[in-house]
Design a protein around this ligand. Structure first.
Ligand SMILES: Nc1nc2c(ncn2[C@@H]2O[C@H](COP(=O)(O)OP(=O)(O)OP(=O)(O)O)[C@@H](O)[C@H]2O)c(=O)[nH]1
Length: 328
């Protein structure tokens, strides 16, 4: 029986980072991955690709909104195909997905050689207080968790109080602190002999979900083949609308000496670029996914379009960007 581990967590908590870590740290384990990304550009899938044995992307879909079990079973059956010799299947839920609905789908699966392997909830230690106050869905993700990963602990002074608060939502699940999702894979699946036993859901847990979080958020994608102007893009980023909770993707500046691909991540006020070469065969282009609440998407898209380069760019203009480039 192949365990199916569900990874959930609020937007930007570090689910993809955790998944990438698992894929790297458990190289000997064959991990099948289902990525449930929002937006028409599958940025997470692009980041994950290349490191994964087998991956299915839901593209624009949402697992918890899947019409019926057969959709989910179709994906699980593909990954559980004996020829693939999978040891574990990990599903990265979108930050907005309803874990309860997803757990229910997995428990109802009729694929004979898979079993539900538990729910992991990733929490952003730095953003926890603000997120918990605004988003009741986080409470639900915590309540159902079999394991809580308290991530981004490098961004807080102490975790003791946070762990106490998490315990008020879920007194049973272990809380493991991590930075950059560096969780020991054996906590999730069989690297050693001990398998985690998923918690049984109560009747109440299985009740229908009503206030589905998606409705309150909007996702919009921006793409442009024209290189972006570093100063104008940074002006946009410095003044991004308050409700624009999350941005991720890749930016093409094409400035001499800076022709690389600039991966962009924003979570709340946090902003970082990661620099890397464009994968061979890819045409440089800017591709961004923006997720927000009460954001005027037309205005955001036209503001971004206005950041495309029409006039000359000095090499030193890139300094506005490079101060946000993360040290690898
Ligand atoms: N400082 C710090 N940054 C982190 C840590 N873990 C992840 N990040 C950064 O946080 C940002 C979001 O991480 P992701 O792994 O993409 O988060 P996610 O939960 O998959 O995001 P969504 O799929 O949009 O919900 C990225 O810029 C990561 O590099 C950490 O432990 N410390």
């Amino acid at each position: 029986m192949i365990p199916v581990v569900l990874v959930t967590g609020f937007l930007g908590a570090g689910k993809t980072t955790l998944l990438n870590h698992l894929l790297t740290a458990a190289r000997g384990t064959r991990i099948g991955v289902i990525v449930n990304d929002f937006g028409s550009i599958d940025v997470d899938a692009m980041t994950v690709a290349g490191r994964v044995d087998s991956m299915i992307s839901l593209g624009n879909g949402c697992l918890c909104c899947a019409a019926d079990t057969s959709d989910v079973d179709g994906m699980l059956a593909r990954l559980a195909e004996p020829a693939l010799r999978m040891d574990v299947i990990v599903i990265e839920a979108s930050g907005l997905a309803d874990p309860q609905a997803m757990v229910r789908l997995l428990l109802a699966s009729e694929v004979p050689n898979v079993r539900y392997g538990g729910l992991v909830t990733v929490v952003d230690a730095a953003g926890f207080a603000a997120t918990a106050a605004d988003h009741p869905d986080l409470a639900r993700q915590l309540k159902l968790a079999d394991l809580v990963v308290l991530n981004k602990t490098d961004r807080v002074d102490s975790t003791a109080e946070l762990i106490r608060t998490i315990r008020t939502f879920n007194g049973e699940a272990p809380v493991v602190s991590t930075t950059h999702g560096a969780l020991d894979p054996s906590l999730l699946f069989e690297v050693g002999p001990n398998l985690p036993v998923a918690r049984q859901l109560s009747f109440d847990d299985l009740a229908d979900h009503t206030d589905h979080a998606h409705a309150r958020y909007e996702t919009v994608s921006f793409t442009s083949d024209d290189p972006m102007h570093p100063v104008r893009l940074m002006e946009f980023l410095d003044n991004r609308p308050a409700g624009l909770y999350r941005m991720k993707g890749f930016v093409h500046f094409g400035v001499p000496g800076h022709e690389d691909r600039f991966g962009l991540q924003t979570v709340g006020n946090y902003l970082r670029f990661h620099r890397s070469p464009w994968p061979r065969g890819t045409r440089p282009a800017t591709q961004l996914v923006l997720i927000g609440k009460d954001v005027d998407t037309d205005q955001v898209l036209s503001r971004l379009a206005a950041c495309a380069r029409t006039d000359e760019v000095e090499q030193r203009d890139m300094l506005w960007v490079t101060r946000y480039v993360a040290e690898e």
